[in-house]
Design a protein around this ligand. Structure first.
Ligand SMILES: Cc1cc2nc3c(=O)[nH]c(=O)nc-3n(C[C@H](O)[C@H](O)[C@H](O)COP(=O)(O)OP(=O)(O)OC[C@H]3O[C@@H](n4cnc5c(N)ncnc54)[C@H](O)[C@@H]3O)c2cc1C
Ligand code: SF4
Length: 530
């Protein structure tokens, strides 16, 4: 094992949260190393630069060496499957960039409903961090959503609603729902070498115009410009503890050749996401920490949360070109805030989408059957491609202690490490919410004039928004970290990723993850100085 030059802070993970933490600490003059198990995305990895891009979607993903496996417990709901991106920039390299802020009540479910937990901070404390993250990412949006808390204008004007989104909006208008522009981390105006969105579509697989504000081209670029070192293909395998067991001294990691190194650091900030962060803590056992680090509460890995999801597709007689434009560029927040009159607790958001991709995707997803070929296939494709649109909803999951990530006792990955074992189930509240979503989405499509309306319910537990597992709180018996991201047990071991969410909140989490990461990094700097 080799020891590497010590630094002020070692950040594990270069995604949404890790990039913000590294950029903020490095700009304040700290020496920072980011350990990232994946590799960078190059323009040549973006499949949409090719004519036959639909055949090459898999090329976008970093090659898997089996070290990214998860195991689903026999008791895990089969409607849940993880989707994440393990490369430089983390899952922001594959995201849709829908960037709503939370509402004040989302953070206070225990006080409001007697359910779940309160966040240990208020909306007003988060708001200034929302402003700054939105500004750095150049979030585009409009002040046309009547449900959003008061806020300053968006840094960039809204991205115009596409044809498909305007069609869905017309359905919302007829029902009296308030369809508005979606706030998105996508440029509507050029920024240096990065171009504005040109509506080409396929944003999940990278943006050849640089319009999507992923971590690689925003905060990670800032971190590098302030001297932070990004060490790729470097997988953290254990957090190192001082002899007295009261502070951490660094991180042990494996490089691409399988060699083991120690990165010594004054502080360690975990940003590996809500599956890998608890996994690393649980792997870091020692005789005086037999249950892993920061786990005196026994809650590391518990309260794993994943949103309720519903999706409805429809076919329209005239063209709506649902494959053009950013994946999401309209939203409806009428059902966001909790309402006692509904049959479920919590709330959800509706996303108006352009996510139909190309004709091959349509064929594989919706049309493929053994008897469909020749003239009938051509006619079906002509009738549906460019005529299909979809809308979806994401909503709150009230996780229980039994929703969890732990280590599989036997199965190991290719690095010889225990694979994360996942168990998540949605309960009656989530089922009632899902049914409500299906009814509303279906009525929107009917009011918009769609036919062949289909409510897809096979993936009703969303695998892309991963939260909980190291939840934040004031009580060390009921939470893993405090409001500054510091683990209750070990003051110089911090967590800044989606794992610290005490509740899932109703909507897409990444703006909140980054706002929290910025706050955590600045509180760490203040403490270090003070
Ligand atoms: C298809 C898709 C669409 C999405 N769309 C949206 C959206 O529209 N809006 C929204 O708000 N959110 C969206 N998300 C979710 C969003 O991407 C995540 O919420 C966010 O990236 C999570 O941030 P994070 O910092 O917790 O983890 P990540 O961004 O996933 O970063 C974790 C990083 O840590 C690295 N890592 C993990 N373990 C180790 C280790 N042991 N050693 C070294 N490195 C390690 C990983 O390789 C990864 O790069 C989407 C996600 C997906 C997959
Ligand atoms: S639609 Fe816009 S954000 Fe999406 S890939 Fe094209 S230019 Fe980029």
């Amino acid at each position: 094992m080799s020891a590497v030059k010590p630094v002020d802070t070692c950040v594990v993970g270069s995604g949404a949260s890790g990039s913000v933490v590294a950029a903020t600490l490095a700009a304040a003059g700290q020496s920072v190393v980011i350990l990232e198990s994946g590799r960078p995305t190059r323009p040549s990895h973006i499949p949409t630069i090719r004519d036959d891009w639909e055949q090459h979607l898999r090329d976008f993903f970093p090659p898997s060496n089996g070290a990214d496996r998860v195991h689903y417990d026999a008791d895990c709901d089969p409607r849940f499957r993880v989707s994440r991106f393990k490369g430089v920039g983390g899952s922001t390299m594959h995201y849709e960039g829908f960037y709503p802020r939370m509402h004040p009540g989302d953070l206070k479910r225990r006080s409001q409903l007697g359910m779940a937990a309160d966040w240990p901070l208020d909306y007003d404390e988060l708001a200034p961090y929302y402003d700054r993250v939105e500004s750095r990412l150049g979030v585009s949006g409009a002040l046309d959503n009547p449900f959003e808390p008061p806020r300053p204008p968006y840094p960039n004007p809204p991205i115009a609603m596409s044809c498909a989104v305007q069609r869905a909006k017309a359905g919302c208008d007829r029902l009296g729902l308030h369809a508005a522009h979606a706030p998105v981390a996508i440029l509507s105006r050029a920024d240096g070498a990065r171009g504005p969105c040109n509506f080409c579509g396929g944003c999940w697989f990278g943006c050849m115009h640089g319009a999507i504000s992923n971590a690689q081209q925003t905060y990670l670029a800032d971190a590098a410009s302030h001297g932070a070192e990004l060490r790729i293909a470097s997988s953290a395998v254990r957090i190192l503890l001082a002899r007295d067991g009261r502070r951490v001294t660094g991180v042990e990691y494996l490089d691409a050749d399988g060699a083991l190194h120690n990165q010594d650091a004054r502080n360690v900030v975990l940003c590996g996401n809500a599956i890998e962060t608890p996994r690393l803590l649980l792997m870091s056992t020692r005789h005086d920490h037999p249950d892993g680090l920061a786990n005196s509460s026994g809650l590391v890995g518990r309260y794993f949360s994943a949103h309720v999801q519903a999706k409805v597709t429809a076919v329209f007689d005239d063209r709506v070109d649902g494959y053009k434009g950013p994946n999401i560029n309209g939203q409806v927040q009428d059902f966001w805030d909790h309402d006692d009159a509904r049959s479920f607790a919590g709330g959800y958001v509706i996303a108006l989408r352009n996510a139909e991709l190309g004709p091959y995707y349509l064929y594989r997803q919706r049309l493929a059957r053994p008897t469909l070929f020749g003239a009938e296939l051509l006619e079906t494709l002509t009738d549906t491609f460019g005529h299909t649109a979809n809308i979806s909803a994401y909503g709150e999951h009230f996780a229980t202690e039994n929703d969890r990530v732990d280590l599989h006792p036997e199965i190991k990955d290719t690095l010889g490490l225990p694979v994360p074992r996942i168990r998540i189930r949605h309960g009656d509240n989530e089922a009632a919410m899902h049914e409500h979503m299906g009814g509303i989405l279906t009525s929107i499509m009917e009011a918009a004039g769609g036919r062949q309306i289909r409510f897809e319910s096979d993936r009703s537990i969303l695998g892309t928004h991963l939260m909980g597992t190291c939840r934040m709180g004031t009580d060390p018996d009921q939470s893993v970290v405090d409001a500054d991201g510091r683990t209750h047990d070990i003051g110089n071991l911090l967590i800044a990723d989606g794992s610290l969410f005490p509740t899932s909140t109703p909507s897409n989490p990444t703006l909140t993850i980054q706002a929290m990461a910025l706050r955590i990094a600045e509180r760490l700097i203040a403490r270090d100085r003070g």
